[in-house]
Design a protein around this ligand. Structure first.
Ligand SMILES: [Zn+2]
Length: 72
């Protein structure tokens, strides 16, 4: 585990939230959760979006299909 903000591993447990471990960075005081790193879309999903885009679908259509706001 490391801080998503400053990448420090100087973190400590800070209780639980929504059944997930919560952490606090001792360096920048940022509070984050276990699931933080899994945020963002899976590369496969991005690939899928890109494929649709290359097949002539606009970003809006892709958004409608996937429910993902695709910006990358
Ligand atoms: Zn930090």
């Amino acid at each position: 585990m490391q801080c998503p903000q400053c990448k420090s591993s100087n973190i400590r447990k800070d209780g639980h939230q929504d059944g997930k471990q919560r952490w606090k960075c001792k360096d920048c005081c940022r509070i984050f959760r276990d699931s933080y790193e899994s945020r963002g879309y899976h590369p496969q999903v991005k690939k899928f979006c890109l494929k649709m885009y290359l097949n002539g679908l606009g970003f809006r259509a892709i958004e409608r299909i996937t429910g993902i706001h695709y910006t990358a």
